[in-house]
Ligand binder design. Structure first.
Ligand code: CTP
Length: 404
């Protein structure tokens, strides 16, 4: 979106600004102005603590709209939290305190701001710009809440490192206003995948040895879930075939749960019938026990030291065989000779694109919230920077959109 005001009659992007009680609350006024300059319509909700730092009158004057501070006593709006969540195209929390992030992570809705943010699920994407003391930011409780929110698709801007209001130096400083505004604008993605049916698989598979034991791998499914979330946010109709993971289903996504490679194969082949594009990000087991036992094997008597394996069907290769004009993307998770292996997979499997990542590096390994990938196609190799998974997902989907 370019800066400046929208053309007459054009609906401007709508941003809900959620202001919490931190010393950086005054910066939320600048974020509001920055969003307006970029052409957005902004409405504000704030906590009672935020009002101790900056009065609602300031935000009212700047936004030109009433500020939602309470769920009650709003004459024209008996359910302000639902109205605001459904009104917004994106929500931005500035400055996000440890307390509000903890409430968001747990689904606690005990005031107008947190109730509205809870109602944003399935309505609009949420950006969080934390601002707090370094110890509060680094506490395991806050970090666990951040990880939980990221897993659910909440985006983060900052915090930065530097001198904090309390005099401490370290991480916890609110990100620069321009950065927060840019991150908020990035959330207002166009619905450029509307009308497209995208199929994604994610996670590991579990291959049963007996009713108790199985063979699996280190995949968490985070990359695939980020792809499904981003595709849905951009307007696609998304089916996610998921191996066993601990992740929440992204808003608006149809999820099919499977356990084994064989089940994932059948679910993917069936769903591919009605898909325009498929992205195979799952870490499918290459081998499965040839004859899983129907009872728990006893270690000394039943040859647990030698489990005969048989090769699984290659889902990606099978989809490529039936794809016709449709687009199929695969992944190559490697520890060495990344580009050589990825290029060989592109050719051998017949995919349109292989997303290659080096799982021996901390920023692109299993379970990381970032990834550093190379996009390998017939057009060549494009190496991307290390980015949050949501941004990697968008970059991959840009390629899918161009190919469809
Ligand atoms: N894949 C698949 N079905 C399988 C194995 C892999 O669809 N049975 C897909 C993965 O989802 C990924 C791509 O193939 O998109 C590459 O997977 P990978 O395990 O890296 O490649 P393999 O073909 O199994 O080769 P190798 O393990 O030797 O690297």
């Amino acid at each position: 979106m370019s800066g400046g005001s929208a053309r007459a009659g054009e609906r401007r992007p709508r941003v809900l600004l959620a202001v919490c009680g931190g010393i950086a609350a005054y910066k939320a006024c600048e974020v509001l102005r920055g969003l307006q300059k970029a052409g957005c319509e902004v409405r504000v909700t704030m906590t009672a603590d935020a009002e101790r730092f900056v009065g609602a009158a300031s935000f009212e004057a700047l936004s030109g709209s009433a500020v939602a501070t309470s769920l009650y006593g709003n004459p024209g709006s008996p359910i302000p939290h639902i109205e605001l969540a459904e009104w917004a195209d994106a929500a931005v929390v500035v400055p996000a305190t440890a307390n509000v992030m903890a409430k968001m992570a747990c689904g606690i809705a005990d005031d107008c701001l947190t109730t509205t943010l809870l109602a944003c699920w399935g309505c609009c994407p949420v950006l969080v710009a934390p601002g707090m003391n370094v110890h509060m930011w680094q506490s395991p409780a806050t970090q666990a809440n951040v990880a939980r929110l990221r897993e659910r698709g909440v985006r983060f801007s900052g915090p930065d490192s530097g001198r904090l209001a309390c005099g401490d130096v370290g991480e916890g400083k609110l990100a620069a206003v321009d950065e927060i505004v840019a991150a908020a604008l990035a959330l207002l993605s166009p619905r450029d995948l509307a009308g497209l049916r995208v199929l994604v698989n994610a996670g590991p598979t579990h291959e049963a040895i007996d009713p108790v034991r199985y063979i699996a791998n280190r995949s968490t499914g985070k990359m695939g879930y980020a792809l499904a979330e981003a595709a849905a946010r951009r307007g696609a109709e998304v089916t996610l075939v998921s191996g066993p993971t601990a992740l929440a289903t992204p808003a608006g996504v149809t999820r099919v749960d499977v356990e084994s490679a064989a089940q994932m194969h059948d679910a993917m082949v069936a769903a591919f019938e009605g898909a325009d594009a498929a992205i195979c990000s799952a870490a499918v087991a290459d081998y499965t026990p040839a004859a899983p036992a129907d009872h728990k094997l006893k270690k000394s008597r039943e040859h647990l030291d030698c489990v005969p394996l048989t090769e699984t069907a290659d889902i990606l290769a099978d989809l490529c065989e039936r794809k016709g004009e449709r687009v199929v993307v695969g992944f190559a998770a490697e520890t060495n000779d990344l580009l050589a292996h990825a290029t060989e997979k592109l050719r051998r499997k017949g995919a349109d694109l292989i997303v290659a990542n080096d799982v021996s590096r901390p920023e692109s390994t299993f379970g990381a919230d970032t990834n550093r990938v190379a996009l390998v196609s017939a057009a060549g190799v494009e190496q991307l920077e290390t980015m949050p998974l949501a941004d990697v997902a968008d970059a991959i989907l840009d390629r899918v959109a161009a190919l469809c």
